[in-house]
Design a protein around this ligand. Structure first.
Ligand SMILES: [Zn+2]
Length: 165
């Protein structure tokens, strides 16, 4: 911490206290060179929302609504409850925000949603994959299906994560 008076980067903390709302810490420091005192505030940075990089390179805000709409479209009239769909959104949201700091490719989100759907309903999975993983050829489809086969599904059927009542 650089002293605002003499510019020397050598100070000691003489007092430290949290602010009322607990999101910042106020520290009273004393410069070891000129012995003058100054105050610093250390703030806890709130985790921001991710930016999604689309396949065409455009950047858009991460949106749970968009993920949910994609899942709904893939599920169509299949007997998959709204609660299950919302749970997938919550899990994917949480995973993406834990795994990426600022930006994430839309394909990464698509793969993760596809992993969930694969464990829930094969038809929904295929519909989702063909719509959101934007295949350009049969080889692309085979590649993704192979990749998903090799990685375990996020859920094995509805039984474990989504117990049926
Ligand atoms: Zn100083």
């Amino acid at each position: 911490m650089q002293c605002p008076y003499c510019g020397v980067i050598d100070s000691k903390v003489v007092d430290s206290r949290s602010s009322e709302n607990d999101t910042s810490v106020r520290r009273r420091r004393e410069c070891n060179a000129c012995e003058r005192r100054f105050t610093t505030f250390e703030r806890i940075e709130r985790r921001g929302r991710l930016v999604v990089i689309k396949r065409d390179g455009r950047r858009v805000p991460f949106s749970n609504d968009k993920i949910l709409n994609g899942i709904r479209a893939a599920c169509g009239k299949l007997p998959i409850s709204e609660e299950v769909k919302l749970e997938i959104v919550r899990q994917v949201d949480d995973l993406m925000h834990r795994s990426y700091e600022r930006e994430v490719e839309s394909l990464k989100i698509g793969h993760e949603v596809a992993r969930y759907l694969r464990g829930i309903d094969q038809i929904a999975f295929v519909r989702y994959a063909s719509e959101y993983l934007s295949f350009e050829s049969i080889e692309d489809i085979e590649e993704v299906i192979q990749e998903l086969r090799e990685s375990p599904p996020a859920v094995e059927g509805q039984s474990e994560l989504f117990p049926s009542e």
